[in-house]
Design a protein around this ligand. Sequence first.
Ligand SMILES: Cc1cc2nc3c(=O)[nH]c(=O)nc-3n(C[C@H](O)[C@H](O)[C@H](O)COP(=O)(O)OP(=O)(O)OC[C@H]3O[C@@H](n4cnc5c(N)ncnc54)[C@H](O)[C@@H]3O)c2cc1C
Length: 379
Amino acid sequence: MVLASDYLKGSQIVVIGAGAVGAALTYRLAQAGARVTAVERLYPGSGTTSKSFAWLNGFNKPPKHYHRLNVMSVRDHLDLADELDGDWVHIQGGLHWEHAARKDSLGTLRSKVKRLRDWGFRVDETTPEAAMRELEPDLWIDPEKVPEVYYCPREGTLDPVPMVHGALRAAVVRYGATYENGNVVQFLGRPGEVAGVTLEDGRQIAADLVINAAGPQSDSVAELAGVKISIDHTLGFTLVTPPAPVCIKAVIHSPEVTIRPDGGGRLMLRHEEVDGHLVDDQPLPSNSPVVQEVMERARIVVPNLKRIPAESIRTGVRPMPKDGKTIVGFEPEVSGLYTVVTHSGVTLSARLALLITEELTGGDVAELEPYRPGRFAQQ
Ligand SMILES: Cc1cc2nc3c(=O)[nH]c(=O)nc-3n(C[C@H](O)[C@H](O)[C@H](O)COP(=O)(O)OP(=O)(O)OC[C@H]3O[C@@H](n4cnc5c(N)ncnc54)[C@H](O)[C@@H]3O)c2cc1C
């Protein structure tokens, strides 16, 4: 039997997929001494990562161990950016509120806040007037409708594609990793074993370990080895405005819409309820009623968006494990194959990269135990 710790002693590791998860992992593995090749069929960050809202948070992530995994990952992103001299992490805080008339939703928000505080996570409470006066003067939070506003100073956003690029570049330049553009279509090795990958153009890359970080395609990649990964593919979209005469700093979670700054004066908008209107992963036209609805909702909360149209619309496919939680670890049925697939992968990528690297060097990774691939077989 090969001990986990043996893998990193100059071993060849192939990481399939250069999204947030694969790129951060490639960097940490190369840094730890492995000979890593990241293989990406399109370009780094081109998958779900570039369509993400990229809110860095542990806000609605029960149970406590999953919340902690996310919160720790936000900190790990700060460290990673610091280490790579990147400017892609923004801890600008988040504002959350609900309308008194939406009793159930208000009750849910209050219970989430109580749970977060019980878990030692800081959530401040303020009034609509104070939030508009002191935090976000360009917002309209109707004091007649909104009883209280919650402020989480420790949440923020990521610019995920620059993070992917920064991590990959550093893996290559500092630690000798390689990057290959290619589509993995087959595994090398006998049945029950993975010993490398074959790309669509016929190239073969031998490996001691192959890590499947192919996001929403991770199930079809796993199938090449006869492994089933229990994920759903859920559609979601974000909409980006042109540079607008508004100044929003925080991540805004209102009943109407969710908003984040997106650089250069642009705002990114989304609303979970309208995701249900999507029929495929193609970008919606800007005159589609769904896009118009999100813009109308945004204008209630940010009145200066009046007359500002949508500039771009991004539709993405979430890799959503059946129980909503990360799937990470060695595949029990096939040697040489390791899976990492997750929702909230933008938030979680920095921590998962550290923990997986620790696991492959024989460290203590109790944090990963609740998320092993074998749990679905036991159900
Ligand atoms: C609308 C929306 C909003 C979201 N909001 C948030 C949020 O606020 N916060 C958060 O943390 N998460 C959010 N997510 C989820 C998050 O974006 C994803 O969990 C994350 O991007 C997944 O990253 P990944 O690296 O696993 O996958 P991907 O980014 O999809 O990367 C996988 C890569 O693998 C490549 N690939 C696939 N098959 C092959 C193959 N056979 N050979 C070679 N390469 C292959 C793909 O081209 C792709 O680049 C959101 C997602 C969506 C869609």
